[in-house]
Write a protein that binds this ligand. Structure first.
Ligand code: GH3
Ligand code: MG
Ligand code: MG
Ligand code: MG
Length: 453
């Protein structure tokens, strides 16, 4: 189960099944999904518990009960206070389509087939999550009439949605800045400088994620023109006055679900984007990030005539570590090395794992002297303290580019990318020199000309 769902309080479920073994199986399935289950063998017992004020999110009932038919039970649940909208799901061993249809027509929310446990588990999971999603929904209701607002809030309350009320559109905009909402319900006709249409326009023209926040409008029955205009400007849905509580609940929950889904997609997208530029072993950036953002650093340096340093750093004799202590130990060395390097650089510096045991750094505004002392500091930080219990050293090659200011330089992306490559190639050459000169040392070159690879 993902974290966003497990954060919710457990869903309360009533399970009614005369067969003790079947009850246990179902109970297991539900509990595995984090539900809080109350199981009963008789319909009458379950109805008593419900009538006694037991608050539940849904009811699962098997078709054959010793004391009443499932349909009788359903009818009695529907007559209870708060029972009109309670999901009641029928569990049956029978797959016949006519039964399914008659159960749905009879008012059951859904029908689950006992003999398909996989499918049933998936269904239950969906049901539990659906409820969980709505539970915490926060709605911003924008309505000038306190009486109307009270009606709407009352209609939404049974779903566990939290309703905040704003009297004016500008007040609603302020609240949107203060805390997250899942839905805005707005009266089209509002007094004050900003109408419902104005509020909608303000939301849809935002530059952040809130631009897509669902908006449910309500309008008078005879306000066709305004209603259409509201939809044209991006309202997701509408209800007409007088408000039908069930319709409002159904439309509101659809929109909340849409918003949650959209956020989930955004979250996944951000996660993937982060993963794409992160090295899985060490957690520092990977080479892809350097390709992505390096050219920007080049352009800035070039335009302003600011120095830009590229550094290549490679562990000495690392192959021996793997050979003598194993690959896992080698991995730990790389992780600790990455952490140590990260501690030494500034937030604006780019540190990437360039290859196996090789790291690259791109250091803006670092002139020759500063670049040389940083390289020396990095070298010592490794040599003076063991990595994963092993005393190791690194060799470092540095290329410091000191461009003459060139406004409009590298207006073309390929040009900046070529300079970046040139800098890295040159730094690598310096690294090679450091290796040749005995390792555990730094070699620094300063270049003024454009270093093209
Ligand atoms: P030099 O001082 O010349 O750099 O010698 P070296 O042994 O460090 O260089 P060489 O290129 O011969 O070996 C690099 C080794 O790094 C070989 C490879 O097995 C190891 N290596 C590359 N990536 C990883 C990794 O992700 N984990 C581990 N444990 N080893 C890796
Ligand atoms: Mg009004
Ligand atoms: Mg090496
Ligand atoms: Mg290497």
């Amino acid at each position: 189960m993902d974290a966003s769902v497990s954060d919710f309080p457990p869903r309360k479920v009533i399970l009614i099944d005369a067969n003790a073994a079947a009850r246990l199986v179902m109970q297991g399935l539900l509990q595995a999904e984090g539900a809080d289950v109350r199981a009963f063998g008789l319909g009458e017992e379950a109805l008593q518990a419900l009538a006694g004020g037991l608050n539940v999110d849904f009811v699962l009932v098997s078709r054959h009960l010793p004391d009443m038919g499932a349909l009788d039970l359903l009818r009695r649940v529907r007559q209870m206070p708060g029972g009109a909208l309670l999901p009641v799901v029928l569990i049956t061993g029978d797959v016949e389509e006519p039964l399914r249809l008659s159960a749905l027509e009879g008012g059951f929310t859904d029908v689950l087939w006992r003999a398909a446990p996989e499918q049933m588990a998936a269904h239950l999971r969906a049901l539990l999550r659906r409820q969980a999603v709505l539970q915490r929904a926060r709605i911003l209701l924008v309505e000038d009439s306190p009486a109307m607002a009270a009606l709407a809030a009352e209609a939404l309350a049974p779903m566990g949605m939290e309703v905040e009320h704003a009297l004016r559109a500008h007040e609603a905009l302020e609240r949107l800045e203060q805390r997250p909402f899942d839905l805005v319900i707005v009266d089209v006709v509002l007094p004050g400088p900003l109408t419902g249409l104005g509020l909608l326009a303000a939301i849809r023209s935002r530059r952040d994620d809130l631009a897509e926040l669902p908006v449910l409008a309500y309008t008078g029955f005879d306000e066709r023109v305004r209603r259409v205009e509201m939809l044209r400007r991006g309202a997701n849905d509408y209800v007409t006055k007088p408000i039908d509580a069930e319709e409002l609940r159904a439309r509101a929950s659809n929109l909340v679900r849409y918003w949650r889904l959209l956020q989930q997609v955004r979250h996944q997208h951000a996660l993937l984007a982060r993963q794409a530029v992160t090295d899985a072993l060490t957690g520092v950036h990977n080479r892809y990030l350097l390709d992505e953002s390096g050219p920007r650093y080049v352009r800035r340096a070039w335009r302003g005539g600011e120095p830009l340093a590229a550094m290549m750093l490679d562990l000495d004799y690392f192959k021996d570590v793997n050979d003598r202590y194993g690959h896992d130990r080698g991995d730990r060395v790389l992780q600790e090395l990455a952490n140590r390097l990260r501690e030494q650089v500034r937030p604006e510096d780019v540190l990437v794992r360039y290859g196996g045991e090789e790291f690259a750094l791109l250091l803006p505004r670092l002139a020759a002297g500063a670049a040389e002392s940083l390289a020396e500091r990095l070298r010592q930080a490794v040599a003076q303290q063991p990595l994963a219990g092993l005393t190791l050293t690194v060799s470092i090659g540095v290329c410091v580019w000191q461009p003459t200011p060139t406004p409009g330089a590298a207006s073309q992306a390929e040009q900046a990318a070529a300079v970046l490559r040139g800098l890295l190639v040159h730094a690598d050459r310096c690294l090679y020199r450091a290796k040749g000169a005995g390792r555990n040392r730094c070699e620094v070159d300063v270049v003024e000309a454009v270093p093209l690879a």
